[in-house]
Write a protein that binds this ligand. Structure first.
Ligand code: HEC
Length: 126
């Protein structure tokens, strides 16, 4: 009898281990983007930017945690202390905690490629 319980328990363990393999956690955002062509707004939604920012052109981007990202090109400074250049904008998006330690904007492992696209989207050069 004891052996039967034991066997049942180990079968359960195997089953749950099997489940984990069938349903892995979703892949990191930048991998998804290489598999499927996503638009910049789609991408921003994946990273979670809209939860904290109002972003024109991004559906559902009504977050109020951070400043609205409209008219960004007109601002002299990013996050109050970083000169607003396209390069600095990319750097900020990739490493906000480096430039403003303790800011509510988290490190989101944004790739350099994605940061470049976000910067071009937020500050189009015309
Ligand atoms: C959890 C909330 C949160 C998320 C998610 C978030 N941000 Fe932010 N963001 C902030 C906050 C707060 C600030 C203001 C930082 C400061 O001034 O210290 C900020 C500042 C910024 C700024 C500078 C704006 C300015 O006027 O100075 C940019 C650009 C920006 N975020 C882009 C993004 C992008 C792109 C994403 C997604 C990849 C993103 N943020 C995700 C909270 C967030």
């Amino acid at each position: 009898m004891r052996a039967a319980i034991c066997c049942f328990a180990s079968t359960l363990t195997l089953l749950s281990a099997g489940c984990k393999m069938v349903a892995p956690s979703p892949p990191p955002n930048h991998n998804v983007s290489t598999a499927i062509r996503l638009t910049v707004p789609d991408h921003m939604i994946q990273y979670g930017c809209p939860a904290c920012h109002v972003i024109p052109g991004v559906p559902g981007a009504v977050g109020k945690v951070g400043p609205p990202l409209d008219g960004l090109a007109q601002r002299s400074y990013l996050a109050g202390n970083l000169a607003n250049t396209p390069e600095n904008l990319e750097r900020w998006i990739m490493h906000p905690q480096h430039y403003q330690p303790g800011t509510a904007m988290p490190e989101m492992n944004v790739s350099a490629q994605d940061a470049g696209q976000f910067a071009a989207f937020l500050e189009p050069t015309q």
